[in-house]
Design a protein around this ligand. Structure first.
Ligand SMILES: Cc1cc2nc3c(=O)[nH]c(=O)nc-3n(C[C@H](O)[C@H](O)[C@H](O)COP(=O)(O)OP(=O)(O)OC[C@H]3O[C@@H](n4cnc5c(N)ncnc54)[C@H](O)[C@@H]3O)c2cc1C
Ligand SMILES: Cc1cc2nc3c(=O)[nH]c(=O)nc-3n(C[C@H](O)[C@H](O)[C@H](O)COP(=O)(O)O)c2cc1C
Length: 439
């Protein structure tokens, strides 16, 4: 799927309104689509992932909305990193005094640097002379986003240029109009299999969920689900919390499969979402969920070899990709996977062996941190096989990373930056050949 949608072609005037998003797991991207839909018929606009916003785009844009999530510890999502390197380090001298802009900043107050990336972009653009149409509008994920309220606030602060409200450009990508968040629907917990009995880590389960009304939902490898849970704090009014999980299956499997680790709090109580899914929810009970597109982690359009890297529950997102490769008849892909114990944490080992036999995976390397003979993390494999990885990258392979951000994805990222030159790393990012579903 193409991430950028423009209402212009080469002959048409350049769109004066820009909606740019930086999003890791699709929320900001979906909100950008919905805000752009509000402009439909009033303005000529384009929607771009932030990394695609360059000097040329900024030169003809007159008004812009930036919908920006924050990741890591106050950092940009992957599809904002190139932009951040280009415009927020104080090294460029471009004059943006012709540009008015607003920022919708998404984040979560459980992190110290709440909405930090939204604020960095606000400050960086202001430093370059752009004119903010107000302070960044902040929204907190765990408080539950009020998307409609946010969009209304943004619209109120917006000064639509009168002269352009009757734009002659009418090409209408229908998904913009349909881009409302899909509603939650009821699914049934069909099965729950313990994948790592005896593991030194918390238990991990493979769950299958079937649609209650039998309708066939559509998604592709890389997509996520969001599950809504009702909680009753201290017998007060119930509130709903939502948790995201990477989908480990394809629609052709007829079920949404998940790989979920039970989160155990310090006092022994269970995490709200994972506790319900892995322990408390009876088999056959209903689960309310919706499918969330996550283009950031979809397969690259041109079929290039995949280097799939992950640990723990990160196998979920990688498994969906391998199933998709198998279906497409693709061969010669490389899985690097890490867990704790070689005896107890060989998740989905039979499947992995079958994919090797079918040559969907031409290479599999496993790392176990509690292996008494050869303890290693998956990032150690990246360093160990640096020469081969460089060769695969030279041959056009794309890198997919899924799983924990702290510990795994950060470690893999550092290792990758160690084994390839900085300009090749930047190129991987800007060409979209480095894709992550990390949490
Ligand atoms: C894009 C994405 C994909 C994911 N994919 C998977 C997957 O495939 N498999 C998987 O197992 N998990 C996945 N996760 C993680 C998953 O969404 C949950 O975060 C995880 O299951 C723990 O949630 P919980 O409700 O069980 O725990 P929680 O009840 O949220 O507790 C987790 C920890 O957070 C703390 N905490 C919770 N709320 C607050 C608060 N308001 N303030 C301060 N601290 C707080 C708790 O004290 C506890 O230490 C994914 C997350 C994302 C964002
Ligand atoms: C690994 C991880 C790190 C995060 N770090 C921050 C942070 O430093 N500051 C913040 O405000 N929000 C942080 N968040 C919260 C996200 O910004 C928030 O969930 C947002 O809705 C994600 O939007 P997206 O789906 O567009 O990526 C983090 C979320 C994850 C999963």
């Amino acid at each position: 799927m193409n991430n950028s949608q423009s209402h212009s072609d080469n002959a048409a005037p350049k769109p004066s309104f820009l909606v740019a998003y930086a999003s890791q797991s699709g929320t900001a991207a979906a909100l950008a689509q919905r805000s752009a839909a509000l402009l439909h018929g009033q303005l000529d606009y384009q929607i771009l992932p932030l990394n695609k916003v360059d000097n040329e785009v900024l030169s003809y844009t007159r008004q812009a909305l930036f919908v920006l999530s924050t990741y890591g510890e106050g950092e940009p999502p992957d599809n904002g990193m190139v932009f951040a390197g280009r415009y927020l380090k104080g090294q460029v001298t471009i004059d943006l005094s012709h540009l008015q802009f607003s920022v919708l900043a998404l984040g979560d107050k459980i992190y110290q640097q709440f909405c930090a990336f939204g604020h960095s972009v606000h400050q960086g653009l202001s430093r370059l002379g752009a004119i903010p149409l107000g302070e960044p509008l902040e929204a907190c994920a765990s408080a539950g986003y009020d998307s409609e309220g946010l969009l209304q606030q943004w619209r109120q602060g917006l000064k639509l240029p009168q002269t352009e409200t009757q734009s002659p450009v009418q090409a209408k990508p229908p998904e913009l109009i349909l881009a409302k968040s899909p509603d939650f629907s009821e699914w049934r917990l069909v099965s729950r299999r313990h994948l790592n009995p005896g593991s030194p880590g918390a238990p991990v389960f493979l769950l299958s969920l079937g649609s209650v009304d039998g309708s066939i939902a559509n998604w592709q490898a890389g997509d996520l689900i969001e599950v809504a849970f009702d909680v009753y704090p201290d017998n007060l009014l119930n509130t709903q919390v939502k948790r995201k999980y990477s989908i480990a299956s394809l629609p052709q499997d007829g079920v949404v499969e998940l790989i979920v680790r039970r989160h155990i709090n310090a006092d022994g109580s269970l995490g709200i979402g994972s506790g319900w899914l892995t322990a408390k929810a009876p088999l056959d009970s209903n689960i309310s969920l919706r499918i969330c597109q996550n283009p950031q982690f979809h397969a690259v359009e041109a079929q290039s070899p995949m280097i799939l890297i992950g640990s723990g529950t990160g196998l979920a997102g990688l498994r969906a990709h391998i199933k998709q490769l198998e279906q497409q008849g693709a061969t010669a892909n490389w899985l690097l996977f890490g867990e704790r114990s070689p005896e107890h944490d060989g998740f989905c080992a039979d499947e992995i062996t079958a994919w090797q036999h079918a040559d969907v995976l031409s290479r599999v390397d496993l790392a176990f941190s509690r292996d008494p003979h050869n303890p290693a993390y998956v990032q150690d494999l990246v360093l160990k096989y640096a020469d081969e990885l460089r060769l695969w990258l030279q041959n056009g392979a794309a890198v997919y990373v899924c799983g924990n951000h702290l510990g795994m994805a950060q470690g893999v990222d550092h290792a990758l930056q160690q084994i390839i030159p900085a300009q090749n790393y930047q190129q991987l990012l800007s060409l979209g050949l480095y894709r992550r579903d990390v949490y």
